[in-house]
Design a protein around this ligand. Structure first.
Ligand SMILES: N#Cc1c(N)ncnc1-c1cnn(CCN2CCOCC2)c1
Length: 298
């Protein structure tokens, strides 16, 4: 059985469903939603080309949850995190985390270690990304001298996050907190790449979210997963063109091949994925987890 739709979880109230994850509130003894905790559940849903695909990828939710927990453990010297427990309902075992409910900051904290996507578009326009001047002559996939903070807004589901000028981040959370999350976001990506590069994976960019617990800045959401980050196979890295995605390339290649019969420009939803593409994609998620953690996925 795969997990592509939000479940009804006895003892929990469903709070929110995003593209690939669902949020629940534990109920207290009176049956009211607790105000201090949330249950973050990762589904097997996969998104591609801004669509949530109809075909789930078995174990994707489990693999990414376990990877995120592994990263949280390796970032505690930089920043505390929101994890409370992995003691979760059996129906979501392995793909759910009980977390502290935080006052979430209204900023998607993105850092880029390599130039591609929206950052490349900005750079080609004026040599800057998020207001930071970059060296001349950079190509699609070029490594940046150091990770750059490129925050964005938190767009409603179905809309695109928009680049957020740093001044707007300061206006939203204050100069001190803006500086703190900028430093943390770039440090998390740098740490991620230190570890991932030894294991044959480049993390081109990543999105993290922070919340406040009182005055404490706490790392929330998921961290350094293929859903929150661009994972590239290091041995295929070659600046000058779009890099192959570690986890999404099989899906992208099939969807854009004649075999799918799908026209990306049509605006129509993509078709179901064939079994071999599903299995190859599942295998890439498992491979990324096992290479990074040194653990065997079970
Ligand atoms: N992680 C985490 C976390 C946390 N530790 N504490 C509080 N909130 C969140 C959280 C998780 N996802 N979102 C975005 C979804 N929101 C849901 C409500 O509606 C607006 C969108 C917030």
């Amino acid at each position: 059985m795969t997990s592509s739709q939000p479940l009804a979880l006895p003892g929990y109230a469903h709070v929110y469903s995003g593209k690939v994850r669902d949020l629940y509130a534990p109920l207290d003894d009176s049956g009211a939603p607790r105000a201090d905790q949330l249950l973050l559940v990762a589904s097997d849903r996969m998104s591609a080309y801004d669509f949530v695909l109809d075909t789930p990828i078995p174990d994707k939710g489990k693999v990414l949850t376990q990877l995120s927990l592994w990263w949280f453990e390796r970032l505690t010297d930089l920043v505390p995190n929101h994890v409370v427990s992995t003691d979760v309902p059996a129906a979501v075992e392995g793909r759910a985390v009980l977390v502290r409910r935080l006052e979430m900051l209204p900023v998607e904290c993105v850092a880029r270690a390599y130039l591609t996507g929206g950052g490349l578009v900005e750079y080609r326009a004026d040599g800057h990304v998020s207001g930071v001047a970059l060296p001349e002559g950079l190509l699609d996939g070029s490594r940046l001298p150091e990770p750059v903070f490129t925050p964005s807004t938190k767009a409603p589901v179905g809309e695109h996050d928009q680049p957020m000028p740093y001044a707007d981040v300061e206006a939203a959370v204050g100069a001190s907190l803006a500086d703190r999350v900028r430093g943390l976001t770039t440090a998390i990506l740098a740490r991620g790449n230190e570890i991932a590069a030894e294991r044959g994976i480049l993390i081109a960019d990543t999105k993290v979210e922070f919340g406040l617990d009182g005055d404490d800045v706490v790392l929330a959401d998921e961290v350094l997963t293929p859903d929150s980050s661009r994972f590239w196979p290091a041995d295929l890295w070659e600046p000058g063109h779009a890099q192959p995605s570690y986890d999404k390339q099989y899906v992208r290649d099939w969807l854009t091949s004649p075999a799918s019969g799908w026209d990306r420009s049509s605006g129509e939803a993509p078709p179901d994925l064939p079994a071999d593409v599903v299995e190859q994609t599942r295998a890439k998620y498992v491979e990324a987890y096992e290479r990074l953690t040194g653990r065997t996925f079970s």
